[in-house]
Design a protein around this ligand. Sequence first.
Ligand SMILES: C[S@@+](CC[C@H](N)C(=O)[O-])C[C@H]1O[C@@H](n2cnc3c(N)ncnc32)[C@H](O)[C@@H]1O
Length: 347
Amino acid sequence: MNTQKQVQDYYGKQLQGSDDLKTNACCDPASMPEYIKPILAKIHPEVDSRYYGCGLVIPPQLEGLKILDLGSGAGRDAYLLSALVGEHGKVIGVDMTPEQLVVANEYKTFHANQFQLSQPNVEFIQGYLESLDTLGLEEGSFDIIVSNCVLNLSTDKLAVLKSAFKLLKPGGEFYFSDVYADRRIPTHLQNDPVLYGECLSGALYWNDFLNLSKQAGFLDPRLVNDRPLTIENAKLEAKVDPIKFYSATYRLFKISELESDCEDYGQAVKYLGGIAESDRYFDLDGHHRFQKGKVEAVCGNTLRMLQDTRFNPYFEFYGDWKQHFGLFEGCGKQLPFNAQQVDLSCC
Ligand SMILES: C[S@@+](CC[C@H](N)C(=O)[O-])C[C@H]1O[C@@H](n2cnc3c(N)ncnc32)[C@H](O)[C@@H]1O
């Protein structure tokens, strides 16, 4: 059986619900924001019981948007997003496993009624993430692409990242949670069907992930949040020891002018408030919280992530691109040279 068939078998036949998982790698105990809890309570129990995600893939300000969910499974995230994009939005889920799609498709009308939509705004398509270009999805048409604990299962992760880049609108974002490892995973572990199916041994070494993202066109991946994974299964833990695993949510913006590093042009932004569910402050990523009313210095990339995206109406922008002041140290990088001058001669 090839890897894709093995994964299909795992999610279609072996697992009947999240209680059947052998580790807690795919299951997300992260606390749910208050505004999502009442929506979650309206999700059909069968859909909810087949949730295998590892993070929360619900960025703010979704009304009216078109969203693609890669590896949508039984549809829990797609239906949460359906409520948030509302009557004028649309959610499309893609998954390769027929058994998952049967459950997802079963409850389209149920959820349209739960969320008081005049008709279902969710569609599920059977397909492989490695060949998204064969599914009739329009390039440059999605505001957001989400995915929850799926990229690690893909046999061609670069192809998936490249397709996501093509399918997004300019200014759109790939906002997704996945499992990462602190080192490259040896082949014998990658070939273990349970470790692979449980979202562990297909995980990317985090630095390989960052480089693949850049190759795909996402030049400045932003880490939103992360947590260490505990496997809580002594046999499987012993097999992977000493590899450490993390669940992390990244946001990758499709903005062609982004630079590979955070550069300082002396620019600043002020959050005006008004982003849905995030009025007092707005978290762009794990290192950038913008308080309403406060002018904050930003690098050129951060400015573009706020100015060239759906967040534009909620910010005021200061400065231009005329003068460059070197690296923006606020994003963590520093001048590599020793600042102390000891000798003026060149030899
Ligand atoms: C860990 S589950 C996550 C499902 C869903 N995102 C959730 O949070 O419940 C992984 C899902 O990805 C799907 N999947 C894995 N590899 C895939 C691929 N190459 N193409 C399409 N779907 C894939 C599986 O069928 C499965 O439904």
